[in-house]
Write a protein that binds this ligand. Sequence first.
Ligand code: TPP
Ligand code: MG
Length: 529
Amino acid sequence: MLKNFPADFRYILGLQEASVVGMADGFAQASRKPAVAVLHTAAGTGNGMGNIMTAFLNKTPLIIIAGQQTRQMLIGDPYLTDREAATLPQPWVKWAYEPVRAEDVPAALVRAIAVASMPPAGPVFLSIPLDDWAAEVESAPVMRTVSTRTAPDPDRLMDFAVRISKARQVALVLGQEVDKSLGWEAAVKLAELLNVPVFQAPLAERAVFPEDHPLFKGSLPIARGPLSAALTRYDLVLVVGAEIWRYYPWAAGPVSRQGTALLQITSDPHDAASALVGDSLLSDARLALEGLYQSLRNVKLPNSQNKTLGGSQAAATPGRSEPKDNTTLMTASEAFAAVALLRKKDDILVQESPSNVGDLLNVWAIIQQETYFTSASGGLGWGAPAAVGIALAHKTRTTVLAIGDGSLHYSVQSIYTAVQQKLNLIMLVPRNEEYAILKEFSIFENTPNCRTYGYILTTQHKPDSLTCEIAALNLPGLDAKAIAEAYGCPAFRADTPASLYEAFQEARRNGGPALIEFQINPKLEPLPV
Ligand SMILES: Cc1ncc(C[n+]2csc(CCOP(=O)(O)OP(=O)(O)O)c2C)c(N)n1
Ligand SMILES: [Mg+2]
């Protein structure tokens, strides 16, 4: 492969395959184009597997090429053979293939790009034996193109429009596909026309609507009972660009309460089929939002005169208070608020900070399309390399990664690539020395040694009533700053809002990558269901 490496490709080195796949995923999402990730054979594919699964759920177009032993030797299973190359990455790729003949490799690559790009986009896997790269082909492959959007069935879209126009109380729920289809403007136009509350689908991996808009009501709950309860007052819920529903913990209740009809619009037949309730329409999110707007713009709608229905509780806007300095440990909220003071409009936020995401997004409301990224899978080890890939695609903007002190270690090698590529990436590591979210989950599940109330203080820094004494969920003795420095990345330790503010300012001034580690009050909260 390297003997005839094409001049119009850039080859970026990653130190471990999980990082390579995550970086390619972030780069492909941010550049809105398929990216190629090259992995070592079976062992490398195995290392990349967690992030291949995440790319599949993220619906990111990726061409994953894995090496394979020389064809002539394969019959005898030599060293480094991937014995069943096309089986290994299943079921988390759209297509896995080892060309039958060397001459088929170019056509397989063309087909791989087509499969990866068409909706729902996703990773594809090609195993290419070593000697194939030197084989002669009779003719160059035929380059072709495919479409990447699906328009809605007009009759069914009209049926949806009629049902919306007849409903008494409508809620609009938006998911990640709205952002991925560049549909914010269309979503705002439809929401304002209907004058209905807008919710973000649970655990969406993108922001979906300007969070300072008066119609925006935040994210729906992430468990069955609370979610259906949150929607009881609506007789019709229109879900655009999301699954029904993405749940995390089990909390009993119906998927949908009686009297609430659900309409789902998604570009993914799998997500349409796996919905437990409701009627579905296959479509690109933006095309459907625009189509519904056109169908409904001249219709008299129940709420169109009622300017107050959306309510006035706008989501929190970015904090504007001055950073406080004090001697006690700062809360995650105070820490993120200090950084948010320095936020620029086109900064991109990448999030893998499980227990502090709520505090982060309260002070860092997303107000622009394609400026917030997290994973669709919840698999750790995606955030750091994805942020590196996103920063690679947007060299002139700043990418800010918020990552837990546990999560950082799943794909920590990606820091090296950020350094070598001199990327504008600021990594924020809230240090609570624990897997806080797993403690919160343990409390939710009534695990022994976890308490909802009582005052057992494990450390002097936990002056609250939620405790969880499971030693295996503690993370003492990690030093994120030292690790970053070992990869050549400038790093700061900043344990007060004022020093954090200064560190962030300095990191931005210096350009290039930086990691800022800051101690926070390790306060456990009830699991946010
Ligand atoms: C690959 C993978 N392994 C394990 C988990 C389970 N898990 C979810 S959150 C979490 C801990 C996160 O800890 P940290 O990053 O410190 O964040 P905190 O909860 O403290 O905010 C773990 C281990 C996962 N989601 N993905
Ligand atoms: Mg932690």
